[in-house]
Design a binder for this molecule. Structure first.
Ligand SMILES: *Cc1c(COP(=O)(O)O)cnc(C)c1O
Ligand code: SF4
Length: 335
């Protein structure tokens, strides 16, 4: 007979993996054998937005390479502390579109819920890096208010679970939240915006899959992958499981300087996505959030990249290049 202590019974592996994430720059530098000269700047920059990187994600980085495209997404650097004109704390006007704590209703027919501030990794370019999550998650008390709003607004047919990362919530919390949505007759689609299947693939457990498969809503999962190197065998396995359970998968990427700002790497990404059954959805121009100016890629360069992609790939592997402009009724198609 195998003795298990109560901890292994209670805490799923994925939650352990999440809690073991690297949050200390020194640990990151040691794990990846990075040049120490960058460490003091990392320590300083992470005071603005803490470092966070899951171990599976870090394991896909090249040791010793300060320019690794995955590392660059999570490494705090001194550029973040610069003030650059045109970059602001809430570049997409989310605060103004927040109807209730945790409920953003910007576009006709769909609402976005920021369920949690927690993520598997902290992306340095995240437009929510300045967002006040503490006060923007639906608490148990105002969840009823959120449900009442959605129930009263008959034009809404889709609810988007976002965050943070909604899959960082426990299964029981997700189940309780979504059970309320399933009761509302005009809600037909549930969309989950998540990076966890990439950064902590173990999150795709049999329990989660069973729950997703049995929902009465049509489920779309929108992943966030910026570079083909993010997809290893473990990710591929998680994706397979989702596909086997009839979850349709889309991907959004952000066009990021020195991460994926060239046609070759985005063609490579699209081919990898296609191969494992994920349709490229959006390629976002950077939201101009304070601290992320070093990731900015000019719109013209984005257009030129898509132009080259069109010459190399089938139409279904071309993401739409979009920009989010405050006050507009949809994400603006650029090309
Ligand atoms: C991006 C976004 C959506 C979804 O837009 P789609 O074009 O349907 O993918 C919905 N609500 C908010 C607030 C968003 O930022
Ligand atoms: S996973 Fe998404 S919400 Fe979380 S830091 Fe990255 S971009 Fe932002």
């Amino acid at each position: 007979m195998i003795h298990r202590n109560s901890q292994t019974l209670q805490i799923p592996d994925w939650q352990n993996t999440l809690s073991q994430s690297i949050k200390d720059p020194e640990r990151l530098f040691a794990a990846l054998e990075l040049p120490m000269e960058y460490l003091p700047r990392a320590m300083q920059a992470q005071q603005l937005f803490p470092l966070r990187a899951s171990l599976p994600f870090v394991s896909r980085m090249q040791k010793g390479d300060i320019n690794d495209p995955l590392l660059r997404q999570i490494l705090p650097i001194d550029h973040e502390t610069r003030h650059v004109v045109g970059f602001q704390p809430d570049p997409v006007g989310d605060q103004a579109a927040e109807i209730l704590p945790g409920l953003i209703h910007k576009y006709h027919g769909r609402v976005l819920l920021t369920l949690t501030g927690a993520c598997g990794i902290h992306c340095r370019y995240c437009f929510r890096r300045q967002f006040d999550y503490q006060h923007s998650n639906p608490t148990r008390q105002n969840w009823q208010q959120v449900l009442r709003y959605i129930a009263a607004e008959k034009s809404i047919h889709e609810v988007i679970l976002s965050g943070g990362d909604p899959l960082s919530l426990s299964d029981s919390r997700l189940q309780a939240l979504v059970a309320g949505l399933e009761q509302i007759p005009h809600i037909r689609f549930l969309r989950i915006h998540t990076r966890l299947p990439i950064v902590v693939p173990e999150r795709i457990t049999p329990e989660l899959l069973t729950w997703l498969r049995n929902l009465s809503l049509k489920v779309f999962m929108v992943l966030h992958i910026n570079h083909a190197q993010e997809i290893d065998a473990e990710v591929e396995h998680a994706i397979d499981q989702l596909k086997n359970n009839h979850i349709d998968l889309l991907n959004q990427s952000v066009l990021l300087r020195k991460v994926n700002d060239n046609a070759a790497s985005l063609i490579d990404l699209s081919l990898r996505l296609g191969e494992i059954g994920i349709i490229p959805y959006y390629l976002h121009l950077l939201d101009k959030v304070t601290g992320a100016s070093h990731f900015d890629v000019p719109q013209q360069q984005g257009i030129a990249i898509i132009e080259i992609m069109r010459r190399h790939l089938p139409g279904y592997l071309i993401p739409r290049l979009v920009a989010e402009v405050t006050g507009e009724p949809y994400k603006r198609p650029i090309y």
